[in-house]
Write a protein that binds this ligand. Structure first.
Ligand code: DX5
Ligand code: ZN
Length: 219
């Protein structure tokens, strides 16, 4: 199956975003990391940046909300042009709370994603996987680009893959954090459908890095 790549704009040079977008336009998706300085110790950008870049890309906008109280902002991010909205299990009280947020995402007209940190067992969200368009498995502790891939998360990717295949679900698995030409084959072998990559693409020549990353997914 064809692997999708979702370059994370966080590692791009923000002084020339349009050029960065052009460099990665052959990628299927564009990953937009939203951080609020509360849920994670870093602040990035908000819906106004997404709205500004939307006319310059026809890619699927894959918005990753690393924020507290994400439900409150879903509509703003969808209105700005997000196609997928991914929320974190860890920014919710319980399964009911997550279900409410997923409903809000769906009602706003976007695809649903649910993410889990490296320390969160996948069983926490097992019952919700049939409801999801995407599970986003973090292979770094969220907050910053350029961190090292956490190999200990790989069995979790494989277990989610087995569950999805066993139940014949269409939910896609995306993997985020430390994905490079070295780790992409491992992640693909474990069962990922979508690879998020920031520094591995935008550090250096983005166009050629993207091609190399794609080649590395052919295992
Ligand atoms: C981490 C973000 C990631 C990050 C990935 O908190 O969610 O999307 O930008 O960057 P790399 O690929 O450099 O680990
Ligand atoms: Zn991300």
């Amino acid at each position: 199956m064809e692997i999708k790549i979702s370059p994370s704009l966080l590692s791009a040079d923000f002084s020339c975003l349009r050029e960065s977008l052009e460099d990665v336009q052959s990628a299927e998706m564009l990953h937009l990391d939203i951080m609020d300085g509360h849920f994670v110790p870093n602040i990035t950008f908000g819906p106004c940046v997404i709205r500004k870049i939307r006319p310059y890309s026809d890619q699927i906008f894959d918005t990753h909300l690393m924020i507290e109280d994400p439900r409150k902002y879903v509509q703003d991010f969808v209105d700005a042009g997000s196609d997928y909205i991914t929320i974190h299990a860890e920014s919710h009280d319980d399964t009911e709370d997550m279900l409410r947020s997923l409903d809000v995402i769906r009602d706003a007209g976007a695809k649903t994603g649910l993410s889990i940190n490296p320390a969160t067992p996948w069983e926490t969200i097992k019952g919700l996987i049939p409801e999801l368009d995407m599970v986003l498995v973090m292979t770094v502790v969220p907050g910053f680009g350029g961190q090292g891939f956490m190999h200990e998360v790989v069995p979790k990717i494989r277990e989610i893959r087995n569950y999805i295949d066993g139940e014949e679900l269409l939910t896609e698995i995306s993997v985020d954090g430390g994905v490079s030409t070295d780790t992409a084959p491992i992640v693909v072998e474990a069962g990922a459908d979508i690879l998020v990559a920031g520094s591995a693409i935008f550090r250096g020549d983005a166009k050629s890095n993207l091609n190399k990353l794609r080649e590395s997914t052919i295992i």
